[in-house]
Design a protein around this ligand. Structure first.
Ligand code: HEM
Length: 475
């Protein structure tokens, strides 16, 4: 019995030594610095809580530099925030697949464009690209305008004075826009949607991340899925040969249901892709608009400059129609939007995994099977790239003479390369329409200090405490 125990003990020690030396081997041969972590765990114990992830990444970067190698249990992983290394990864055909962290997205929204593996991913991406073409986006402008006009009426009706949580109104706006532009139907007008607490629960996710109410959130997501399924079924049952011919074939749902009829997509593909587009569109855009308003409330001198620009385009307050040409003239608002997405990237980290060995420009070979976190949050705030004031908010950072010498991958809120955001143009136009109408009609204020913001990685960027905003009507 004693011998048996001794043998087991010896094997256990050898196994730990094997894991440990494999890690040391990787670290030595890869020549990338990083924390080796504990046996078995690596750095997994440090990255368990979403709330700590960005903080921990910052600590590793300060200690080991912008590109780090470590372990998540038995899994090798890298954290990257160096523009050239990021470009090497995002443009490599051996790094198209998402990392394992997106399992969570699959559970909530289904396996669509966001998490599909290649070669299936490239097939879907090619098929769905036409739904994001310039002409299709232009056709959405009346919807962006009409929905934001409704938001103005809702804001006008709010009781005056005091700071308020505007996130629910903004999420409701962008969910309405997303479902109308992609599914051809406004969720808010559906009886079923009005009567359940789905949106309320979805909005609770801001509180959820701290209270651990995951179950509620996943139930809300399941309900949104069920709702989208209903919209697809409705569309398929209503379609006739004549109605199909008369519809714009590049609108997302028309495109997807056509692929279904032709047997290119199955039912689950249509459902999953619809979910991914709606989820991908509405939360990111709502957060982006909110973060811009919040930052302008914290830095009123930049809000006034943005207001002056919008006022020169739209002298009268109240509702007005914003055209695509108008959005192209909002030069200062562009600087503000970019600077806001630099300091608070709406998606702070994206992931990849190597499907084959990848040789970086600096000669380092990243082996097959390594998980990679592209750390946009810290790259966007790197003092080496953005100067000593990198962590502050100043739209001048995007004046042409300040961006001229920056690496093209130093600022990538939608990422770049092979698998960037399919909706980036859509997002920018829709955000500009909403911001123009809001900034022309209201002054935004907050007592919350920029220095007190605490950032939480949750696929999209969250804030531990969300500043409330006070609105004052402008004439
Ligand atoms: C400000 C708003 C938005 C931001 C910051 C944003 C950012 C991102 C980022 C960082 C990714 C991951 C890219 C990568 O892994 O390299 C992504 C993917 C994606 N986004 Fe967006 N997004 C926004 C709005 C939208 C909108 C409006 C839509 C749809 C209408 C959309 C649809 C998608 C889809 C489908 C993907 C997956 C693309 C693929 O893997 O092929 N996004 N987005």
């Amino acid at each position: 019995m004693l011998t048996w125990t001794l043998w087991c003990g010896l094997l256990f020690v050898l196994w730990i030594y094997f894991l440990w030396s494999r890690r040391r081997f990787y670290l030595l041969t890869l020549k990338i610095p990083g924390p080796i972590g504990y046996p078995f765990l690596g750095m997994a114990h440090k990255l368990m809580r979403r709330e700590d992830i960005l903080n921990e990444f910052g600590i590793y970067m300060a200690k080991h530099g912008p590109t780090i190698f470590s372990w998540l249990g038995p899994i090798p992983f890298m954290i990257v925030s160096e523009p050239q290394v990021v470009q090497d990864i995002l443009t490599s055909p051996h790094c198209v697949n998402k990392g394992i962290i997106y399992k969570a997205v699959d559970d909530g929204a289904g396996v669509g464009l966001f998490s599909l593996k290649d070669p299936r991913w490239s097939v879907h991406r090619k098929l769905l690209n036409p739904a994001f073409g310039h002409k299709v986006l232009l056709s959405f402008l009346p919807i962006f305008n009409k929905e934001t006009a409704q938001l103005l009426s809702q804001l006008d009706a709010l009781p005056g004075g005091g700071e308020k949580d505007l996130i629910p109104l903004l999420q409701s706006l962008t969910l309405g826009i997303a479902t109308q532009t992609t599914m051809g139907c406004d969720v808010k007008s559906e009886e079923n949607f009005k009567s359940n607490s789905l949106m309320e629960r979805y909005q609770c996710r801001w509180a959820r991340q701290l209270s651990g109410k995951e179950a509620n959130y996943y139930r809300a997501k399941t309900e949104i899925r069920a709702f989208i399924r209903k919209l697809i079924q409705k569309r398929l049952s209503e379609d006739t040969e004549d109605s199909i011919k008369s519809k714009d074939k590049n609108i997302f749902l028309n495109l997807a249901t056509d692929l279904l009829r032709r047997g290119v997509f199955d039912w689950k593909n249509v459902e999953d892709e619809s979910n991914v587009i709606v989820f991908g569109a509405f939360e990111t855009t709502a957060n982006t608009v909110y973060y811009v308003l919040m930052l302008l409330a914290m830095f009123p001198q930049y809000q006034e400059r943005a207001f002056e620009e919008i006022k020169s385009l739209f002298p009268n307050s109240g509702d007005f129609e914003v055209t695509y040409e108008d959005t192209q003239q909002m030069v200062y608002l562009d600087l503000v939007l970019n600077e806001s997405m630099r300091v608070i990237p709406p998606v702070p980290v994206v992931s990849r995994q190597t499907s084959q060995d990848l040789t970086l420009t600096n000669g380092i070979v990243v082996p097959k099977g390594v998980q990679i976190a592209i750390n946009m949050f810290h790259m966007h705030r790197s003092k080496k790239i953005w100067g000593p004031e990198a962590e502050s908010f100043n739209p001048d950072n995007f004046l042409p003479h300040n961006t001229r010498d920056k690496h093209p991958y130093a600022f990538i809120p939608f990422t770049k390369g092979i698998r960037n955001c399919i909706g980036w143009r859509y997002a920018l136009i829709s955000a500009k329409v909403t911001l123009a109408k809001l900034l022309r009609n209201y002054r935004f204020k907050t007592s919350f200090k920029f220095e007190d913001l605490y950032y939480v990685e949750d696929i999209t960027m969250k804030l531990k405490a969300v500043p409330k905003l006070e609105i004052q009507k402008r004439m």
